[in-house]
Design a protein around this ligand. Structure first.
Ligand code: TMP
Length: 205
């Protein structure tokens, strides 16, 4: 089963990802992330840091996804493991739709066509949503801000995420990221536990 965590920067998504290890330890999940689970991720980090051309950057994110699928996600799913990824394809759809605005005529359609036919769609996606002002305040505390981490960019990215969720309500679970961390961890952990139990009992039938 493939679970993904998504949301704009500053929603506590990576903290949640790390915090799920303990309550889900008995399920032995494979915790992974995009970008950066493979060496291709290093090129992506460099592209982000150097603010390269947006098409180059988008294609590097897609290359990182291909390497991530080939080396981590597919092998783990083939062994019936539970995979929990901090960011995945929806990050491209939400962020690169913004960075490619005015560069490519229909960024989302272009990005989706790049993934069609070989990507694996997650079973469930937890989308952390927080007012952009609050997320931005949280980011201010962090050094070395990336070029995505501007308020007007994050506003658009969050809008894109919500539209993706609206179009695919059976996959997305929206989480109010302003709730207490413990409450969010408990809710997401028990939802994942329930989903993984369901998939196990389906397999037994
Ligand atoms: P991170 O902060 O989760 O490590 O991700 C680094 C940045 O990369 C973050 O601002 C979101 C952005 N990003 C994209 O723009 N497109 C993508 O496909 C992914 C995976 C991340």
């Amino acid at each position: 089963m493939l679970i993904t965590l998504e949301g704009i920067d500053g929603t506590g998504k990576s903290t949640l990802h790390a915090a799920l290890a303990e309550p889900l330890a008995d399920l032995q999940p494979v915790f992974t992330r995009e970008p950066g689970a493979t060496w291709v991720g290093d090129s992506v980090r460099r592209a982000i840091a150097e603010q390269t051309d947006p098409v180059t950057e988008a294609l590097l994110f897609v290359a990182d996804h291909a390497a991530h699928l080939a080396t981590i996600v597919r092998p783990a799913l083939a062994q019936k493991k539970l995979v929990i990824s901090d960011r995945y394809t929806d990050s491209r759809y939400a962020y690169q739709s913004v960075t490619l605005e005015g560069v490519i005529s229909e960024p989302l359609a272009w990005l989706q066509s790049l993934h069609n036919g070989w990507t694996i769609v997650p079973d469930r996606t937890f989308l952390l949503v927080l007012p952009v002002d609050v997320a931005f305040e949280r980011l201010k505390a962090k050094d070395g801000r990336e070029h995505f981490e501007r308020k007007e960019v994050l506003e658009k990215v969050q809008k894109n995420y919500l539209e993706l969720a609206r179009r695919d309500p059976s996959r997305f679970i929206i989480i109010d990221a302003s709730l207490e961390k413990e409450e969010i961890v408990q809710f997401v952990a028990s939802a994942i536990r329930q989903l993984s139990g369901l998939s196990r009992s389906r397999r037994r039938r």
